[in-house]
Design a protein around this ligand. Structure first.
Ligand code: FEO
Length: 392
């Protein structure tokens, strides 16, 4: 399978239709793809990023189908092995090729893949690889995702290669992204992969806009031929704006926490606040992550199991702490049997969110009338807080 994007750029990547888990963590309901791009000038050829090592055979077949006899540069925009992992196999077949990347990525590739130093060609910000009538310019983008991440810009054909940034986990037969096919998956991908680095992204969006690319070629999912919708979406997701939404992940062992969750849902709906509950024992964590992108408030509902939060509540708190959504307010509800340190543990796990902790409603045993009133007061407080920031 190979696809032409512009006169000199071909997609030579590989779809992974059946993969259902990434990093042994992230569900992939629509599979994914590992995108690799062949750029051929009049004198030299470059391959931009490679594929996950188990798929190398297909990448190799794609190159052979295009009659590729030689690769001069393997551009590594990012060190993570789903893009870099096939570099050693390519170097075996094209021993004269150089791995072109920035200094940080070179160091990390040596750590992860043990590629010898002499195989590298290190370029700095703004330096170019000349391919004959075409040039590939490096734009360093540290912490848009990882510390070594970079973009590569093919000015002559207005093609920007952004690796993971603006991508989506989606295996599709479409070469180019259609908004309706891609947007939900791109949001989910942003939530899982990009959201922790939200604060560094607006300046890179500005930089991309100033370049005016006609094609944005990511390392997962289809190519953006009309990049406006994905740029607009990232502008919104990475901004500080939130919506009048409460995300409510919950787990209940004997029904007390569940009764509290059900009551709070109704209290919030009565106050015209949108609620997105996730029963953690059955929820897709990608859906939960996606819901966190623009929620004004997150309330975790968890029972206590052996003094601490139920392991699924613990997992949800740890996940939210790691993903660092822009939610403005957080709280905790739930029930314990005979003793608990769940509130302290949850507060600690969520401490790196820049969010105000609202008074938890954490009770012993089954909820009584006064506990339901406390949940009503929590709903009142959330409404008041949402009004305070102009979203309710
Ligand atoms: Fe698709 Fe950060 O690797």
């Amino acid at each position: 399978m190979n696809r032409k994007i512009t006169e000199h750029v071909h997609w030579v990547g590989v779809p992974d239709w059946d993969r259902r888990l990434f990093d042994e963590l992230i569900p992939l309901p629509q599979g994914t793809s590992y995108n690799s791009y062949l750029v051929r000038g009049s004198t030299r050829a470059a391959l931009i990023d490679t594929v996950d090592p188990p798929k190398f055979g297909k990448l190799w077949a794609n190159l052979k189908a295009l009659g590729v006899q030689n690769i001069d540069y393997i551009v590594a925009n990012h060190c993570e092995q789903d893009h870099s992992g096939s570099i050693p196999m390519l170097l075996e077949r094209f021993p004269q090729a150089k791995v072109a990347t920035n200094a940080k990525c070179r160091d990390m590739l040596q750590d992860h893949l043990h590629i010898p130093n002499e195989k590298f060609l290190v370029l700095a910000e703004g330096q170019k690889l000349e391919l004959g009538g075409l040039s590939l310019e490096f734009i360093l983008a540290p912490w848009v995702h990882w510390p070594e991440t970079q973009f590569t810009w093919l000015r002559e054909e207005k093609v920007l290669f952004t690796c993971d940034f603006l991508g989506s986990h989606l295996a599709t037969s479409s070469l180019f992204a259609e908004r309706d096919e891609v947007l939900a998956g791109a949001r989910r991908y942003y939530a899982e992969i990009m959201m922790p680095f939200r604060s560094s992204q607006p300046k890179y969006l500005d930089r991309i806009e100033s370049l005016g690319p006609e094609f944005i070629c990511t390392s997962h999912g289809p190519v953006h031929k009309k990049p406006f919708f994905i740029m607009d979406a990232y502008r919104q997701w990475s901004s500080d704006e939130v919506k009048n939404i409460v995300v409510l992940p919950w787990v209940s062992m004997h029904g007390s926490t569940e009764a509290m969750v059900c009551h709070l849902i109704e209290a919030l709906v009565d106050r015209r606040i949108d609620v997105k509950p996730f029963k953690l024992s059955e929820a897709d964590t990608g859906e939960l992550a996606s819901a966190l992108v623009d929620a004004g408030t997150v309330v975790l509902g968890t029972s206590t199991a052996l003094v601490g939060p139920h392991p699924q509540g613990l997992y949800a708190a740890a996940l939210m702490g790691a993903l660092r959504p822009k939610t403005k307010f957080i709280s905790l509800i739930g029930s314990y049997g005979w003793g608990t340190k769940a509130p302290e543990t949850v507060k600690a796990l969520l401490s790196n969110l820049k969010a105000e902790m609202l008074e938890p409603v954490y009770i012993k045993g089954a909820p009584r009338a006064e506990d339901y009133k406390a949940l009503d007061r929590l709903a009142d407080t959330i409404l008041e807080k949402h009004r305070g920031i102009g979203i309710a």
